[in-house]
Write a protein that binds this ligand. Structure first.
Ligand SMILES: O=c1[nH]c(=O)c2nn[nH]c2[nH]1
Length: 294
């Protein structure tokens, strides 16, 4: 037997950082969960119980907090790159750092029409995600949005699909569409940390654009299918983010089934009379795509 792949580190490292603006008294907060896994000449720790090559996962966890203190945690793409680069700079035998950052929402409260200086709310389980792979050959970054739960009560159709001896699904020109958005965009590889820092405002702008494109297209598209609607989102994101090589979506189709109540005093609740539905926990459709520049 031989070790064909190995990486190790600390997962589920929860980090909170507050920024206090002395002038305005306004405070801002960031909360994220970090996973940091290292690759390199670490085989002997697996094959020969040689711990001399192991940067302890506890030390990795400590480093996550230290770098969050010493450096900005926003945008997460920058923090992930700084954190990953540290391990290559510090440990010659480490050849790659895989950093995943999941940023949770703390949206500033608006109280009596005024943004509150230090109070926030968790308006959804949606997260902003970053996957960075830092090597001596450059920094590969994929950004994303995960868990953005959306629903439209009409404006979605699905018909014209294969009908054969396996088909029971009725065609529809008016259905509920609900999904949990998992969207990603992959940046052209950055040569080094300086290249990430140069034009760093691109990352927030891309996240903003991707989120707005997703919501607007979801809302306004007379959807012929999940497939076609998500493709329209991808095209627009590539147009809006010139430094992105490709974009990808993974959308569950979370079904809401009609409930036939006609057995009860002839109550009409199907087709155009459908108002009460049974939301389904599963099974769900799952539609994926990756769209690249032509
Ligand atoms: O949008 C949809 N795409 C599909 O592929 C599918 N299959 N069943 N319902 C569906 N809805």
């Amino acid at each position: 037997a031989r070790l064909s792949a190995a990486r190790y580190g600390k997962d589920n490292v929860r980090v909170y950082k507050v920024h206090k603006d002395e002038k305005t008294g306004q405070q801002s907060v960031t909360e994220m969960t970090v996973c940091c896994l290292l690759e390199g000449q670490i085989e002997t720790s697996y094959t020969e119980a040689d711990n001399s090559v192991v940067v302890a996962t506890d030390s990795i966890k400590n480093t996550i907090y230290i770098k969050a203190k010493e450096h900005p945690v926003n945008p997460p793409e920058l923090y992930a790159s700084i954190l990953g680069q540290h391990f290559l700079d510090k440990y010659a035998h480490i050849t790659a750092a895989h950093i995943d950052v999941t940023v949770h929402r703390w949206t500033r409260m608006v109280i009596d029409g005024q943004p509150h200086p230090h109070s926030f709310l968790r308006d959804g389980q949606e997260t902003r995600n970053v996957e960075a792979t830092v090597t001596r050959d450059g920094i590969a970054i994929k950004s994303g949005i995960v868990g953005l739960q959306v629903l439209k009560s009409t404006g979605s159709a699905f018909h014209g699909f294969v009908r054969d001896e396996f088909t029971t699904l009725k065609e529809t020109w008016d259905r509920i569409l609900s999904t949990d958005v998992d969207a990603g965009w992959t940046w052209k590889k950055f040569a080094n940390l300086a290249a990430v820092q140069e034009g760093v405002e691109r990352f927030d702008a891309a996240w903003e654009a991707a989120r707005n494109i997703t919501l607007k297209t979801f809302a306004e598209d007379e959807s012929a299918s999940v497939q076609n609607t998500m493709y329209k989102m991808c095209e627009q994101i590539l147009d809006a983010v010139p430094e992105a090589d490709k974009t990808n979506y993974s959308l569950p189709n979370k079904h809401y089934f009609e409930v036939d109540l006609s057995w009860h005093k002839g109550l009409q609740n199907t087709g155009k009379d459908a108002e009460v539905f049974a939301p389904q926990s599963g099974p769900n459709g799952l539609i994926k795509c990756e769209v690249s520049r032509s």
